[in-house]
Design a protein around this ligand. Structure first.
Ligand code: BG6
Length: 480
């Protein structure tokens, strides 16, 4: 359990937070423990109330919810649920069910919470609910007037294709102003992903080289040892491409490939990310390998003849003057050999081969910059150095920055904590935009229409062997 840290940051206005899906997996693992960590870090508003909500069929008493919260904070959090901060936190918790057609109990609880704080309190509604429930919940918030003074956090997936994404955006727009909407992609809340902006735009060391003249390829590689856990029904409809590439990996690509924005404000920053998405070439199914781990079809909720991919590797192109001709390789999948979250930027070899080939030197002499964005994260620059001794021979060397050892490690916020705080502050830079999401579904359309058949792979491997051809003349940088 970590020590108490009080982070020096702006504090949000007083809030009532409503957590829909309060007993679901996300709330249990991330949101309740995350809210308590924000309390410990001194980053929740001075006055706040948190209302857990579920459909009536799963309702519980406030006491039961408080005791549930204690259990999940103990199990999944980084701070022990005890002491004065915990007592304040737990007293702030309330429970009220809400069904799409009936918000009466929630309305009552919200009025009481706001009266106990006093004044025009801000509302934050976090929709941690299954994709098919989102439409009706948004409509319920609009119909019952709970969209006033409200910011709403929407969870991915934002549709499953262009049509459904448009329908979802239409429902959201009919009930909320776009400034009230926070579409969360938790990868954008990870320290190391946000640090890509600092690495590129706060340093002269990398940015002048950040283009097709100097960069040979980019790999965004997120293998997972996790299986689909108990999410068979969800996963069967979703698959690795929709679950991870459209939602997370393309967003990471946006930060790597974007031009420098005029400021870090939501407008300019998201405009630049959007321009990258506009420049993404439609995904060519010939540049995609889909895999399925052996035994997937025996999982609960999965069809015995399933063609859903649990693994995907693809090559995509950003067709603009900075990136033309530079392949971006993306890979992710379940039941693989390691859990990693790594971006590798591979630089071109020097123009001249001045040095004789050394005994230990890799055959490819391009430098690599490796951003490991799994918390706590690191950045590693791989280069060649002269081996000590009389001979001029080269070997691989590296320089590493570890977040764990850095000046600010104690202030680390987990991705969800960071983004919930940003939403309470009304900062939208790290949230995705409706037009960006629609563009990504447009880019994905050729693959969704004509997916190559899945290839089986053994659990604990790196996926189907066809992925090696995909990255030729390079190699996958993991697992080395
Ligand atoms: C989720 C996906 O959005 O992200 C999961 O639905 C995946 O399938 C998870 O495992 C990975 O996120 P994290 O927090 O481990 O980086």
């Amino acid at each position: 359990m970590s020590n108490v840290t009080v982070v020096d940051s702006e504090r949000p206005d007083d809030h009532v937070i409503v957590l829909f899906g309060a007993t679901g997996d996300l709330a249990k693992r991330k949101i309740l423990p995350g809210l308590f960590h924000l309390a410990v870090a001194g980053l929740l508003p001075t006055n706040y109330r948190i209302i857990g909500s579920t459909p009536l069929a799963y309702a519980m008493s406030t006491d039961a919810f408080r005791s549930y919260a204690r259990d999940v904070v103990r199990q999944f959090g980084t701070n022990e649920p005890s002491g004065e901060t915990w007592e304040t936190f737990v007293r702030s918790l309330d429970f009220a069910p809400a069904d799409p057609g009936d918000a009466t109990a929630l309305r009552r609880a919200l009025d009481a919470a706001e009266a106990s704080i006093g004044g025009e309190v801000r509302r934050l509604m976090h929709l941690a609910v299954p994709p098919d429930a989102v439409f009706s919940m948004i409509e319920m918030l609009g119909a019952s007037g709970l969209n006033e003074r409200t910011r709403v956090i929407c969870e991915k997936p934002f549709g499953t294709d262009l049509d459904s994404a448009r329908r979802l955006n239409d429902v959201i727009k009919a009930n909320f102003d776009e400034t009230q909407v926070f579409r969360i992609d938790h990868f954008l809340g990870k320290e190391s992903i946000d640090n890509i902006l600092a690495l590129r735009f706060a340093n002269r060391l990398f940015e002048p080289l950040w283009n097709r003249e100097h960069i040979a390829f980019v790999q965004i590689d997120v293998p997972e040892t996790l299986s689909i856990e108990n999410r068979g029904a969800f996963y069967e409809e979703t698959g690795a491409f929709r679950d991870m590439v459209v939602s997370h990996l393309f967003q990471v690509l946006g930060f790597i490939a974007m031009e420098q924005p005029n400021s870090l404000e939501a407008g300019p920053l998201r405009d630049e990310v959007h321009k990258v998405f506009e420049s993404l070439a439609p995904v060519d199914p010939a540049n995609v390998v889909r895999g399925q781990y052996e035994g997937y079809v025996d999982e609960d909720g999965v069809s015995r003849h399933s063609q859903t991919e649990t693994f995907v590797a693809l090559r995509v192109a950003v067709e603009n003057t900075r990136w033309k001709g530079v392949p971006f390789y993306l890979r992710t999948g379940k039941c693989l050999a390691q859990s990693r979250q790594v971006i590798t930027v591979g630089f071109n070899e020097p123009v001249m081969r001045l040095f004789p080939a050394g005994d230990h030197e890799p055959s490819w002499r391009g430098n690599r910059l490796v951003v490991d964005f799994a918390d706590p994260g690191s950045i590693r620059a791989h280069f060649l150095a002269k081996e000590p001794g009389p001979r001029m021979s080269l070997d691989s060397a590296e320089m590493t920055f570890h977040y764990r050892d850095s000046f600010c490690a104690a202030n680390n916020l987990e991705a969800y904590e960071h983004l919930i705080l940003e939403a309470m502050l009304g900062h939208r830079s790290l949230f995705t935009r409706s037009d960006g999401i629609e563009r990504l579904w447009e880019v994905a359309a050729p693959l969704l229409k004509d997916p190559p058949p899945v290839v089986r792979y053994a659990k604990g491997t790196w996926g189907p062997s066809a992925i090696d051809r995909l990255v030729e003349p390079y190699e996958w940088c993991l697992p080395q």
